[in-house]
Design a protein around this ligand. Structure first.
Ligand code: B12
Ligand SMILES: Nc1nc2c(ncn2[C@@H]2O[C@H](COP(=O)(O)OP(=O)(O)O)[C@@H](O)[C@H]2O)c(=O)[nH]1
Ligand SMILES: [Mg+2]
Length: 420
Protein backbone atom coordinates (compact mmCIF):
# COMPACT_ATOMS: atom_id res chain seq x y z
CA UNK A 1 0.00 0.00 0.00
CA UNK A 2 1.33 3.45 -0.84
CA UNK A 3 2.41 5.45 2.14
CA UNK A 4 -0.21 8.11 1.44
CA UNK A 5 -3.03 5.54 1.58
CA UNK A 6 -1.98 3.89 4.81
CA UNK A 7 -4.44 4.51 7.61
CA UNK A 8 -2.78 6.73 10.15
CA UNK A 9 -2.44 5.29 13.63
CA UNK A 10 -4.69 6.98 16.17
CA UNK A 11 -3.08 9.76 18.19
CA UNK A 12 -1.53 8.45 21.40
CA UNK A 13 -3.57 8.61 24.57
CA UNK A 14 -2.35 11.41 26.84
CA UNK A 15 -2.31 10.81 30.59
CA UNK A 16 -1.45 13.32 33.30
CA UNK A 17 0.22 11.68 36.29
CA UNK A 18 0.89 13.33 39.62
CA UNK A 19 1.60 12.62 43.26
CA UNK A 20 -0.01 14.69 46.01
CA UNK A 21 2.02 15.21 49.20
CA UNK A 22 4.64 12.47 48.89
CA UNK A 23 5.29 10.56 52.12
CA UNK A 24 8.30 8.63 50.85
CA UNK A 25 6.48 6.16 48.59
CA UNK A 26 7.89 7.76 45.49
CA UNK A 27 8.86 4.82 43.32
CA UNK A 28 5.37 3.65 42.30
CA UNK A 29 4.69 6.62 40.03
CA UNK A 30 8.03 6.15 38.24
CA UNK A 31 7.15 2.51 37.59
CA UNK A 32 3.73 3.47 36.27
CA UNK A 33 5.10 6.31 34.10
CA UNK A 34 7.71 4.07 32.48
CA UNK A 35 5.16 1.33 31.89
CA UNK A 36 2.70 3.79 30.32
CA UNK A 37 5.40 5.16 27.98
CA UNK A 38 6.49 1.60 27.14
CA UNK A 39 2.92 0.91 26.04
CA UNK A 40 2.81 3.90 23.70
CA UNK A 41 1.02 6.39 25.95
CA UNK A 42 2.12 10.00 26.33
CA UNK A 43 2.65 10.79 29.99
CA UNK A 44 2.58 14.37 31.16
CA UNK A 45 4.23 14.03 34.52
CA UNK A 46 3.82 16.66 37.21
CA UNK A 47 6.04 15.25 39.95
CA UNK A 48 5.55 15.09 43.72
CA UNK A 49 3.78 17.40 46.17
CA UNK A 50 1.26 18.58 43.60
CA UNK A 51 -1.56 20.79 44.83
CA UNK A 52 -5.04 20.28 43.36
CA UNK A 53 -5.07 23.50 41.33
CA UNK A 54 -1.77 22.61 39.64
CA UNK A 55 -3.19 19.25 38.58
CA UNK A 56 -6.43 20.77 37.31
CA UNK A 57 -4.72 23.58 35.36
CA UNK A 58 -2.37 21.08 33.74
CA UNK A 59 -5.23 18.72 32.85
CA UNK A 60 -7.04 21.52 31.02
CA UNK A 61 -4.03 22.98 29.22
CA UNK A 62 -2.60 19.61 28.25
CA UNK A 63 -6.03 18.40 27.05
CA UNK A 64 -5.47 14.96 28.54
CA UNK A 65 -7.67 11.91 28.12
CA UNK A 66 -7.42 11.04 31.81
CA UNK A 67 -5.73 12.05 35.07
CA UNK A 68 -3.89 9.38 37.11
CA UNK A 69 -2.95 10.07 40.73
CA UNK A 70 -0.58 7.98 42.81
CA UNK A 71 -1.32 8.53 46.50
CA UNK A 72 0.20 6.70 49.47
CA UNK A 73 -0.19 9.42 52.12
CA UNK A 74 -3.63 8.41 53.39
CA UNK A 75 -5.46 11.53 52.21
CA UNK A 76 -6.85 10.03 49.00
CA UNK A 77 -10.59 10.29 49.72
CA UNK A 78 -10.44 14.04 50.26
CA UNK A 79 -7.78 14.76 47.63
CA UNK A 80 -9.38 12.90 44.72
CA UNK A 81 -12.73 14.58 45.51
CA UNK A 82 -11.12 18.02 45.47
CA UNK A 83 -9.57 17.36 42.05
CA UNK A 84 -12.94 16.19 40.73
CA UNK A 85 -14.75 19.19 42.19
CA UNK A 86 -12.28 21.65 40.70
CA UNK A 87 -12.35 19.96 37.29
CA UNK A 88 -16.15 20.17 37.34
CA UNK A 89 -16.04 23.80 38.44
CA UNK A 90 -13.78 24.57 35.46
CA UNK A 91 -16.07 22.82 32.96
CA UNK A 92 -14.03 19.63 32.63
CA UNK A 93 -16.46 17.05 34.00
CA UNK A 94 -15.54 14.87 31.02
CA UNK A 95 -11.91 14.29 32.14
CA UNK A 96 -11.93 11.07 34.17
CA UNK A 97 -9.68 10.36 37.16
CA UNK A 98 -8.15 7.10 38.28
CA UNK A 99 -5.33 6.21 40.57
CA UNK A 100 -3.60 3.84 42.88
CA UNK A 101 -1.87 3.76 46.20
CA UNK A 102 -0.91 0.13 46.71
CA UNK A 103 -2.19 -1.17 50.03
CA UNK A 104 -3.10 2.28 51.32
CA UNK A 105 -6.35 2.53 49.33
CA UNK A 106 -8.84 -0.14 50.38
CA UNK A 107 -11.84 -1.48 48.44
CA UNK A 108 -14.12 0.30 50.91
CA UNK A 109 -12.29 3.59 50.22
CA UNK A 110 -12.69 2.96 46.51
CA UNK A 111 -16.46 2.65 46.89
CA UNK A 112 -16.62 6.04 48.62
CA UNK A 113 -14.33 7.57 46.00
CA UNK A 114 -16.40 6.18 43.14
CA UNK A 115 -19.54 7.70 44.65
CA UNK A 116 -17.67 11.02 44.67
CA UNK A 117 -16.71 10.67 40.99
CA UNK A 118 -13.40 8.79 40.83
CA UNK A 119 -13.49 6.42 37.90
CA UNK A 120 -11.48 3.55 39.37
CA UNK A 121 -8.67 2.54 41.69
CA UNK A 122 -5.98 0.07 40.69
CA UNK A 123 -5.26 -1.94 43.82
CA UNK A 124 -2.04 -3.59 45.00
CA UNK A 125 -1.42 -6.84 43.16
CA UNK A 126 -2.99 -5.77 39.86
CA UNK A 127 -0.54 -6.87 37.15
CA UNK A 128 0.86 -3.86 35.27
CA UNK A 129 -0.09 -5.46 31.94
CA UNK A 130 -3.74 -5.57 33.09
CA UNK A 131 -3.62 -1.90 34.11
CA UNK A 132 -2.24 -0.94 30.69
CA UNK A 133 -4.86 -3.03 28.86
CA UNK A 134 -7.68 -1.52 30.91
CA UNK A 135 -6.45 2.01 30.27
CA UNK A 136 -6.22 1.42 26.54
CA UNK A 137 -9.66 -0.21 26.49
CA UNK A 138 -11.50 2.36 28.59
CA UNK A 139 -9.84 5.71 28.03
CA UNK A 140 -8.61 5.83 24.41
CA UNK A 141 -11.01 8.04 22.50
CA UNK A 142 -10.60 10.67 19.81
CA UNK A 143 -10.59 14.20 21.22
CA UNK A 144 -12.96 15.95 18.85
CA UNK A 145 -13.64 19.57 17.96
CA UNK A 146 -15.97 21.00 20.58
CA UNK A 147 -17.33 24.50 20.16
CA UNK A 148 -18.53 24.54 23.78
CA UNK A 149 -14.99 24.65 25.13
CA UNK A 150 -13.83 28.01 26.41
CA UNK A 151 -10.58 29.73 27.38
CA UNK A 152 -7.43 27.66 27.81
CA UNK A 153 -9.32 24.47 27.17
CA UNK A 154 -10.41 25.66 23.74
CA UNK A 155 -6.84 26.62 22.89
CA UNK A 156 -5.63 23.27 24.19
CA UNK A 157 -8.15 21.41 22.04
CA UNK A 158 -7.16 23.39 18.94
CA UNK A 159 -3.56 22.29 19.55
CA UNK A 160 -4.66 18.70 20.10
CA UNK A 161 -6.47 18.75 16.78
CA UNK A 162 -3.43 20.23 15.07
CA UNK A 163 -1.43 17.36 16.59
CA UNK A 164 -3.85 14.63 15.66
CA UNK A 165 -3.95 12.83 12.35
CA UNK A 166 -7.48 13.81 11.49
CA UNK A 167 -7.79 17.41 10.49
CA UNK A 168 -11.56 17.68 10.34
CA UNK A 169 -13.76 20.41 8.97
CA UNK A 170 -14.19 21.96 12.40
CA UNK A 171 -10.45 22.30 12.82
CA UNK A 172 -10.15 23.91 9.42
CA UNK A 173 -12.88 26.34 10.43
CA UNK A 174 -11.15 27.05 13.74
CA UNK A 175 -7.86 27.58 12.01
CA UNK A 176 -9.40 29.90 9.46
CA UNK A 177 -11.01 31.85 12.31
CA UNK A 178 -7.61 32.02 13.91
CA UNK A 179 -6.09 33.26 10.67
CA UNK A 180 -8.69 35.98 10.53
CA UNK A 181 -7.74 36.96 14.03
CA UNK A 182 -10.48 35.28 16.08
CA UNK A 183 -9.79 32.66 18.72
CA UNK A 184 -12.05 29.59 18.48
CA UNK A 185 -12.49 29.94 22.22
CA UNK A 186 -13.73 33.46 21.90
CA UNK A 187 -15.60 33.41 18.65
CA UNK A 188 -18.57 35.19 20.17
CA UNK A 189 -16.59 37.67 22.21
CA UNK A 190 -14.99 41.00 21.32
CA UNK A 191 -11.67 40.89 19.44
CA UNK A 192 -8.77 40.61 21.83
CA UNK A 193 -6.55 43.56 22.58
CA UNK A 194 -3.14 42.00 22.30
CA UNK A 195 -2.31 42.15 18.61
CA UNK A 196 1.22 40.77 18.72
CA UNK A 197 3.07 38.03 20.52
CA UNK A 198 6.85 37.96 20.73
CA UNK A 199 7.88 34.37 19.96
CA UNK A 200 11.20 33.09 21.25
CA UNK A 201 12.64 29.68 20.38
CA UNK A 202 14.77 28.08 23.09
CA UNK A 203 17.12 25.30 22.00
CA UNK A 204 20.20 23.56 23.35
CA UNK A 205 21.45 20.18 24.48
CA UNK A 206 19.35 18.06 26.85
CA UNK A 207 20.02 18.90 30.48
CA UNK A 208 21.55 22.34 29.79
CA UNK A 209 18.77 23.94 31.83
CA UNK A 210 16.34 25.14 29.12
CA UNK A 211 13.22 24.36 31.12
CA UNK A 212 14.64 25.78 34.35
CA UNK A 213 15.66 28.95 32.53
CA UNK A 214 12.24 29.25 30.87
CA UNK A 215 10.65 29.05 34.32
CA UNK A 216 12.93 31.77 35.63
CA UNK A 217 12.21 33.97 32.58
CA UNK A 218 8.53 33.36 33.25
CA UNK A 219 8.92 34.64 36.80
CA UNK A 220 10.42 37.89 35.47
CA UNK A 221 7.62 38.23 32.93
CA UNK A 222 4.93 37.71 35.57
CA UNK A 223 6.52 40.22 37.93
CA UNK A 224 7.08 42.90 35.32
CA UNK A 225 3.79 42.51 33.46
CA UNK A 226 1.11 42.31 36.14
CA UNK A 227 -1.70 41.60 33.68
CA UNK A 228 -0.11 39.96 30.62
CA UNK A 229 -0.03 36.27 29.71
CA UNK A 230 2.76 34.02 28.55
CA UNK A 231 2.58 30.72 26.67
CA UNK A 232 5.15 27.94 26.79
CA UNK A 233 5.28 25.13 24.24
CA UNK A 234 7.59 22.40 25.50
CA UNK A 235 8.66 19.76 22.99
CA UNK A 236 9.94 16.41 24.26
CA UNK A 237 10.93 13.30 22.32
CA UNK A 238 8.64 10.35 21.65
CA UNK A 239 10.30 6.98 22.12
CA UNK A 240 11.05 5.76 18.59
CA UNK A 241 10.19 2.14 19.38
CA UNK A 242 6.91 2.42 21.27
CA UNK A 243 5.67 5.88 20.28
CA UNK A 244 5.19 6.64 23.98
CA UNK A 245 6.73 9.64 25.70
CA UNK A 246 7.40 11.04 29.13
CA UNK A 247 6.71 14.74 28.83
CA UNK A 248 8.49 15.97 31.92
CA UNK A 249 9.10 19.66 31.34
CA UNK A 250 6.30 20.72 33.68
CA UNK A 251 8.17 19.10 36.58
CA UNK A 252 10.87 21.82 36.46
CA UNK A 253 8.29 24.59 36.57
CA UNK A 254 7.63 26.59 39.71
CA UNK A 255 6.55 29.99 38.46
CA UNK A 256 4.85 28.61 35.37
CA UNK A 257 2.19 27.09 37.66
CA UNK A 258 0.10 30.20 37.30
CA UNK A 259 -3.17 30.94 35.55
CA UNK A 260 -1.41 33.63 33.51
CA UNK A 261 0.76 30.93 31.97
CA UNK A 262 -0.50 28.58 29.27
CA UNK A 263 1.83 25.61 29.21
CA UNK A 264 1.52 22.84 26.65
CA UNK A 265 3.77 19.79 26.25
CA UNK A 266 4.18 18.36 22.75
CA UNK A 267 5.67 14.97 21.93
CA UNK A 268 7.66 14.81 18.71
CA UNK A 269 5.68 11.78 17.42
CA UNK A 270 8.36 10.88 14.91
CA UNK A 271 9.28 14.37 13.77
CA UNK A 272 13.06 14.67 13.60
CA UNK A 273 13.29 18.46 13.48
CA UNK A 274 13.59 18.89 17.24
CA UNK A 275 9.97 20.04 17.42
CA UNK A 276 6.63 18.34 17.05
CA UNK A 277 5.33 18.58 13.47
CA UNK A 278 2.39 20.43 15.00
CA UNK A 279 4.59 23.09 16.62
CA UNK A 280 4.22 25.65 13.79
CA UNK A 281 0.42 25.29 13.92
CA UNK A 282 0.47 25.46 17.71
CA UNK A 283 2.50 28.68 17.58
CA UNK A 284 0.03 30.07 15.06
CA UNK A 285 -2.93 29.12 17.27
CA UNK A 286 -1.37 30.81 20.28
CA UNK A 287 -0.43 33.92 18.31
CA UNK A 288 -3.82 34.29 16.71
CA UNK A 289 -5.62 33.85 20.01
CA UNK A 290 -4.38 37.32 20.88
CA UNK A 291 -3.90 36.21 24.49
CA UNK A 292 -0.14 36.15 24.83
CA UNK A 293 2.52 38.84 24.98
CA UNK A 294 5.31 36.29 24.99
CA UNK A 295 5.48 32.74 23.62
CA UNK A 296 8.48 30.58 24.55
CA UNK A 297 9.01 27.40 22.52
CA UNK A 298 11.40 24.82 23.96
CA UNK A 299 12.93 22.33 21.54
CA UNK A 300 13.92 18.81 22.51
CA UNK A 301 17.57 18.44 23.53
CA UNK A 302 19.28 19.05 20.19
CA UNK A 303 22.49 18.05 18.47
CA UNK A 304 25.06 19.79 16.33
CA UNK A 305 23.18 20.05 13.02
CA UNK A 306 19.67 20.77 14.27
CA UNK A 307 17.72 23.81 13.16
CA UNK A 308 14.37 23.40 14.91
CA UNK A 309 13.27 26.99 14.43
CA UNK A 310 14.19 27.14 10.73
CA UNK A 311 16.79 29.87 11.18
CA UNK A 312 18.56 28.80 8.02
CA UNK A 313 15.77 27.19 5.98
CA UNK A 314 14.13 28.71 2.88
CA UNK A 315 10.77 29.12 4.63
CA UNK A 316 12.18 31.65 7.08
CA UNK A 317 12.32 31.48 10.85
CA UNK A 318 9.45 30.14 12.91
CA UNK A 319 10.23 32.53 15.74
CA UNK A 320 11.05 36.19 16.27
CA UNK A 321 14.24 35.45 18.19
CA UNK A 322 16.22 32.40 19.20
CA UNK A 323 17.91 31.69 22.51
CA UNK A 324 20.54 28.96 22.56
CA UNK A 325 21.25 27.49 26.01
CA UNK A 326 24.28 25.41 26.82
CA UNK A 327 26.13 24.25 29.91
CA UNK A 328 29.91 24.55 30.44
CA UNK A 329 30.60 20.86 29.77
CA UNK A 330 30.07 20.85 25.99
CA UNK A 331 33.30 19.00 25.38
CA UNK A 332 35.84 21.59 24.26
CA UNK A 333 36.35 24.21 21.58
CA UNK A 334 36.14 21.84 18.64
CA UNK A 335 32.73 20.62 19.74
CA UNK A 336 31.62 24.21 20.12
CA UNK A 337 32.67 24.99 16.56
CA UNK A 338 30.42 22.25 15.26
CA UNK A 339 27.20 23.56 16.81
CA UNK A 340 25.43 25.13 13.83
CA UNK A 341 22.83 27.03 15.85
CA UNK A 342 25.57 29.16 17.38
CA UNK A 343 25.89 30.72 13.90
CA UNK A 344 22.35 32.04 14.03
CA UNK A 345 21.14 32.35 17.63
CA UNK A 346 20.21 35.89 18.64
CA UNK A 347 20.93 35.24 22.30
CA UNK A 348 23.21 32.64 23.87
CA UNK A 349 22.97 31.67 27.53
CA UNK A 350 25.85 29.85 29.13
CA UNK A 351 23.82 28.32 31.95
CA UNK A 352 25.19 26.55 35.03
CA UNK A 353 27.74 29.29 35.59
CA UNK A 354 28.04 27.87 39.10
CA UNK A 355 30.09 25.08 37.46
CA UNK A 356 33.90 25.28 37.82
CA UNK A 357 34.37 25.12 34.03
CA UNK A 358 32.15 28.13 33.42
CA UNK A 359 34.95 30.68 33.30
CA UNK A 360 36.79 28.94 30.47
CA UNK A 361 33.55 28.11 28.70
CA UNK A 362 32.49 31.74 28.73
CA UNK A 363 35.72 32.83 27.07
CA UNK A 364 35.52 30.03 24.46
CA UNK A 365 31.91 30.77 23.56
CA UNK A 366 32.56 34.51 23.38
CA UNK A 367 35.40 33.84 20.93
CA UNK A 368 33.16 31.50 18.90
CA UNK A 369 30.43 34.15 18.61
CA UNK A 370 32.92 36.88 17.87
CA UNK A 371 33.95 35.12 14.66
CA UNK A 372 30.33 35.27 13.44
CA UNK A 373 30.46 39.06 13.61
CA UNK A 374 26.69 39.29 14.12
CA UNK A 375 26.60 41.03 17.46
CA UNK A 376 25.12 37.98 19.17
CA UNK A 377 24.85 38.46 22.92
CA UNK A 378 26.19 35.99 25.47
CA UNK A 379 24.78 35.81 28.98
CA UNK A 380 26.09 33.86 31.92
CA UNK A 381 23.22 32.42 33.95
CA UNK A 382 22.53 30.20 36.93
CA UNK A 383 18.93 29.22 36.29
CA UNK A 384 18.85 26.92 39.31
CA UNK A 385 19.33 29.95 41.54
CA UNK A 386 16.38 32.26 42.18
CA UNK A 387 16.94 35.98 41.49
CA UNK A 388 20.08 35.26 39.48
CA UNK A 389 21.40 38.57 38.07
CA UNK A 390 22.47 36.85 34.83
CA UNK A 391 18.87 35.73 34.22
CA UNK A 392 17.68 39.27 35.06
CA UNK A 393 19.98 40.62 32.38
CA UNK A 394 18.94 38.01 29.84
CA UNK A 395 15.26 38.73 30.48
CA UNK A 396 15.83 42.47 30.15
CA UNK A 397 17.49 41.94 26.77
CA UNK A 398 14.66 39.67 25.55
CA UNK A 399 12.01 42.08 26.82
CA UNK A 400 13.80 44.92 25.10
CA UNK A 401 13.96 43.04 21.80
CA UNK A 402 10.31 41.96 22.03
CA UNK A 403 8.98 45.34 23.10
CA UNK A 404 7.51 43.76 26.21
CA UNK A 405 6.20 46.66 28.17
CA UNK A 406 6.98 47.04 31.81
CA UNK A 407 3.76 48.17 33.45
CA UNK A 408 4.19 51.33 35.51
CA UNK A 409 4.51 50.30 39.11
CA UNK A 410 5.84 46.90 38.06
CA UNK A 411 9.41 45.87 38.65
CA UNK A 412 11.98 47.64 36.47
CA UNK A 413 14.30 45.44 34.43
CA UNK A 414 17.78 45.50 35.90
CA UNK A 415 20.49 47.43 34.16
CA UNK A 416 22.06 45.63 31.24
CA UNK A 417 25.59 44.50 31.89
CA UNK A 418 28.02 44.17 29.03
CA UNK A 419 28.23 40.61 27.81
CA UNK A 420 31.77 39.18 27.90
C1 B12 B 1 8.08 -0.20 48.77
C2 B12 B 1 7.32 0.25 50.00
C3 B12 B 1 7.94 1.16 50.84
C4 B12 B 1 9.28 1.78 50.52
C5 B12 B 1 9.02 2.92 49.52
C6 B12 B 1 10.19 3.08 48.57
C7 B12 B 1 9.94 4.16 47.58
N1 B12 B 1 10.99 4.90 47.33
O1 B12 B 1 8.85 4.32 47.02
C8 B12 B 1 9.73 2.25 51.94
C9 B12 B 1 10.58 1.18 52.57
C10 B12 B 1 10.46 3.58 51.96
C11 B12 B 1 8.41 2.31 52.67
C12 B12 B 1 8.24 2.98 53.85
C13 B12 B 1 7.07 2.97 54.59
N2 B12 B 1 5.96 2.25 54.33
CO1 B12 B 1 5.67 1.31 52.68
N3 B12 B 1 5.33 0.10 51.32
C14 B12 B 1 6.03 -0.26 50.27
C15 B12 B 1 5.26 -1.33 49.50
C16 B12 B 1 5.80 -2.69 49.91
C17 B12 B 1 5.26 -1.23 47.97
C18 B12 B 1 4.93 0.18 47.45
C19 B12 B 1 5.29 0.32 45.99
O2 B12 B 1 5.85 1.34 45.57
N4 B12 B 1 4.98 -0.68 45.13
C20 B12 B 1 5.14 -0.59 43.68
C21 B12 B 1 3.81 -0.15 43.06
C22 B12 B 1 3.94 -0.03 41.54
O3 B12 B 1 2.89 -1.17 43.39
P1 B12 B 1 1.70 -0.95 44.41
O4 B12 B 1 2.12 -0.02 45.49
O5 B12 B 1 1.19 -2.29 44.85
O6 B12 B 1 0.60 -0.20 43.52
C23 B12 B 1 -0.26 -0.92 42.64
C24 B12 B 1 -1.45 -0.10 42.28
O7 B12 B 1 -1.96 0.63 43.39
C25 B12 B 1 -0.99 0.72 41.14
N5 B12 B 1 -0.70 2.12 41.30
C26 B12 B 1 -0.06 2.78 42.27
N6 B12 B 1 0.00 4.08 41.98
C27 B12 B 1 -0.59 4.26 40.78
C28 B12 B 1 -0.80 5.40 40.00
C29 B12 B 1 -1.42 5.29 38.78
C30 B12 B 1 -1.59 6.51 37.93
C31 B12 B 1 -1.87 4.02 38.32
C32 B12 B 1 -2.51 3.90 37.01
C33 B12 B 1 -1.67 2.89 39.12
C34 B12 B 1 -1.05 3.01 40.34
O8 B12 B 1 0.22 0.13 40.66
C35 B12 B 1 0.48 -1.07 41.33
C36 B12 B 1 0.02 -2.18 40.45
O9 B12 B 1 -0.08 -3.40 41.07
C37 B12 B 1 3.82 -1.09 50.04
C38 B12 B 1 2.90 -2.26 49.86
C39 B12 B 1 1.89 -1.90 48.78
N7 B12 B 1 1.76 -2.71 47.78
O10 B12 B 1 1.28 -0.86 48.85
C40 B12 B 1 4.08 -0.66 51.48
C41 B12 B 1 3.08 0.20 52.19
C42 B12 B 1 2.47 1.24 51.28
N8 B12 B 1 3.90 0.88 53.21
C43 B12 B 1 3.32 0.99 54.35
C44 B12 B 1 3.91 1.61 55.49
C45 B12 B 1 3.10 1.52 56.79
C46 B12 B 1 5.15 2.23 55.43
C47 B12 B 1 5.87 2.95 56.57
C48 B12 B 1 4.98 3.86 57.42
C49 B12 B 1 6.58 1.85 57.39
C50 B12 B 1 7.19 2.37 58.69
N9 B12 B 1 6.54 2.01 59.77
O11 B12 B 1 8.15 3.08 58.64
C51 B12 B 1 6.95 3.73 55.84
C52 B12 B 1 6.46 5.16 55.52
C53 B12 B 1 7.43 5.94 54.72
C54 B12 B 1 7.46 7.39 55.03
N10 B12 B 1 6.40 8.01 55.41
O12 B12 B 1 8.48 7.97 54.89
C55 B12 B 1 1.94 0.40 54.34
C56 B12 B 1 0.84 1.46 54.32
C57 B12 B 1 -0.36 1.04 55.16
C58 B12 B 1 -1.46 2.05 55.10
N11 B12 B 1 -2.66 1.57 55.17
O13 B12 B 1 -1.25 3.21 55.00
C59 B12 B 1 2.01 -0.53 53.08
C60 B12 B 1 0.65 -0.70 52.37
C61 B12 B 1 2.54 -1.91 53.57
C62 B12 B 1 1.56 -2.60 54.49
N12 B12 B 1 0.73 -3.47 53.98
O14 B12 B 1 1.55 -2.35 55.66
N13 B12 B 1 7.45 1.59 52.04
N1 LIG C 1 23.99 23.50 38.92
C1 LIG C 1 23.02 23.95 38.14
N2 LIG C 1 22.04 23.13 37.77
C2 LIG C 1 21.08 23.61 36.96
C3 LIG C 1 21.08 24.94 36.49
N3 LIG C 1 20.01 25.11 35.69
C4 LIG C 1 19.36 23.94 35.65
N4 LIG C 1 19.99 23.02 36.42
C5 LIG C 1 19.62 21.62 36.64
O1 LIG C 1 19.92 20.89 35.46
C6 LIG C 1 18.99 19.82 35.28
C7 LIG C 1 18.39 19.88 33.89
O2 LIG C 1 17.63 21.06 33.79
P1 LIG C 1 16.44 21.20 32.74
O3 LIG C 1 15.93 22.58 32.88
O4 LIG C 1 15.48 20.09 32.86
O5 LIG C 1 17.26 21.04 31.38
P2 LIG C 1 16.73 20.93 29.86
O6 LIG C 1 16.79 19.47 29.48
O7 LIG C 1 17.70 21.72 29.07
O8 LIG C 1 15.36 21.49 29.82
C8 LIG C 1 17.96 19.99 36.40
O9 LIG C 1 18.29 19.10 37.43
C9 LIG C 1 18.14 21.42 36.84
O10 LIG C 1 17.79 21.63 38.20
C10 LIG C 1 22.14 25.80 36.92
O11 LIG C 1 22.24 26.96 36.55
N5 LIG C 1 23.08 25.24 37.72
MG1 LIG D 1 13.49 20.65 29.19
Amino acid sequence: MAAAQKPRPPAPLRILTAVPICDGHDSAVSTINMELARHGFEVIYLGYHCPVDVIVRAALQEDVHVVGISSYNGGHIVFFKEVIDQLRARGARDIPIFGGGGGTITKADERVMQRQGTDRIFHAGTPLADIMAQIRRDYARPLKPNSKLRGDRALARAITLAESATVGAALRRDLSDLRSGQSPSRRKTAPTANARSFVVGVAGPGGAGKSTLIDELTSRFLRQNPTGRIAILANDPSHPDTGGAILGDRVSMIYAQDDRVFFRSLATRGSLTGLSAAAPAAIEILKKSGEFDLILVESVGIGQESDPFRLFGPKGPLVDAMLFVLAPYYGGRLQLQKIGLLNGADFVALNKCDHPMAHTARAEIAARLDVNGKGQRLFGTVAAQHHDPGVDTLYAALADRGGLTVTPGGEKPCQLVVAP
